[in-house]
Design a protein. Structure first.
Length: 368
């Protein structure tokens, strides 16, 4: 799934080996993939773990295990944008493998995006943050990951890293959605200038209304931009939840679709919260093996890549096994030659056992 033949074109396009020639990007990729899958907490653990399994790395095209000093330099000097490009390439390749099981119209679902942010903490104030001091007196830093999730694959289609102290609304300048798209987010992202931009681009928004919003029947927000007064009209929807005995208020720039659908689309936003939980539960980034922003971003990108690859395999196996259990089994058998299909066979509905060896490093997936 991420063999050298698959990754090489992506790496060459991103000029991966152009910036740091001492450590090839593919070797760097394998070392950091091992780091996030096994939960290694230091470069020493990565070097030792790969060193023990060196005899099993030949089929990956790795001639030697990079020492920790080389990995440290690579994490510092090799741009994290290269790993972003690798994620984007693998995401585009395996996106068709995912299917949806929601009641939302497929026409809308294929154009629906979910936006939210999460934070990762580390014991160094690398980025500007409101950090706190831990029991041992160390300053706790935080990096924020702003994410837009594709609602079909439930994998990120856009990611931006910022300092935790930076407002979520700063992300809007980097967002570019096609006409007819739907984007759902919480009220922390409310920005009327961004809403106007979405409206002009033909992008529909769905969010919660702030408690201090001023409105009549139709919300009209007036603000100054380029020395001109801009007026934005938004539709307000009140939806009553009988089970919780609570009324929810939403705003959108779509004046045509049913009010119930607006509520359902916002309810679907919970999927991105589950994605963050899934990522942090199975690839907990409690320890970073680098002490600079570039190294931290590389490790987060590798966690996303690992989650993507294992999600594809888990989806294709159609097993009832929980994803967290599946990841644990993969960690335990990372360097064992076993049939994943056979291992998961007893969990399958039809009790069928695959006879084909499946590897994360096959050239094609599923194998012919």
């Amino acid at each position: 799934m991420c063999s050298k033949s698959i990754l090489t074109p992506i790496i060459l396009k991103a000029k991966g080996n152009h910036y740091y020639k001492k450590l090839k990007t593919y070797e760097h990729f394998i070392a950091m993939l091992y780091c996030v899958v096994t939960g290694s907490t230091s470069l020493r653990e990565i070097e030792a773990g790969l060193g023990i399994a060196q005899g099993k790395l030949n089929h990956l095209g790795i001639e030697y295990v990079p020492p920790r000093s080389t990995l440290s330099d690579g994490n510092k000097n090799c741009s994290s944008n290269i790993f972003r490009a690798i994620y984007d390439g693998l995401y585009e390749k395996y996106k068709p493998n995912f299917s949806d099981s929601t009641k939302i119209s497929k026409v809308i679902l294929q154009k629906l995006y979910l936006m939210n942010s999460t934070v990762f903490s580390f014991f160094k104030e690398i980025l500007k943050t409101s950090g706190r001091y831990s029991m041992d007196g160390k300053k706790k830093g935080v990096i924020k990951k702003n994410t837009i999730l594709d609602s079909v694959s439930l994998m990120p289609s856009f990611i931006s890293f910022t300092a935790a102290a930076q407002s979520d609304q700063k992300i809007y300048k980097d967002i570019n959605l096609i006409q007819g798209s739907y984007i759902v987010f919480d009220k922390g992202y409310n920005n009327y200038q961004a809403f106007l931009k979405f409206t002009q681009q033909g992008v529909f928004l769905d969010t919660r209304q702030k408690q201090n919003a001023v409105y009549t029947t139709v919300i009209e927000a007036m603000f100054y931009e380029n020395n001109q007064t801009q007026t934005l009209k938004l539709r307000r929807i009140a939806w009553y939840d009988e089970k919780k005995d609570r009324c929810y208020e939403f705003i959108t720039n779509n004046f045509e679709i049913d009010a119930t659908m607006i509520a359902q689309l916002y309810q679907y936003r919970w999927k991105i919260e589950l994605f963050f939980k899934k990522l942090k539960q199975n690839f907990p980034l409690q320890y970073f093996v680098g002490d600079n922003q570039n190294a931290i971003e590389i490790q987060i990108w590798m966690a996303l890549i690992a989650s993507l690859l294992l999600s594809v395999i888990h989806q294709q196996q159609k097993t009832k096994m929980a994803f967290s259990v599946f990841v644990t089994i993969i960690k335990l058998h990372l360097f064992n030659y076993i049939s994943i299909g056979g291992l998961l066979g007893k969990y399958n509905k039809k009790k069928t056992i695959a006879t084909t060896q499946i590897s994360m490093f096959d050239d094609e997936y599923p194998p012919a």
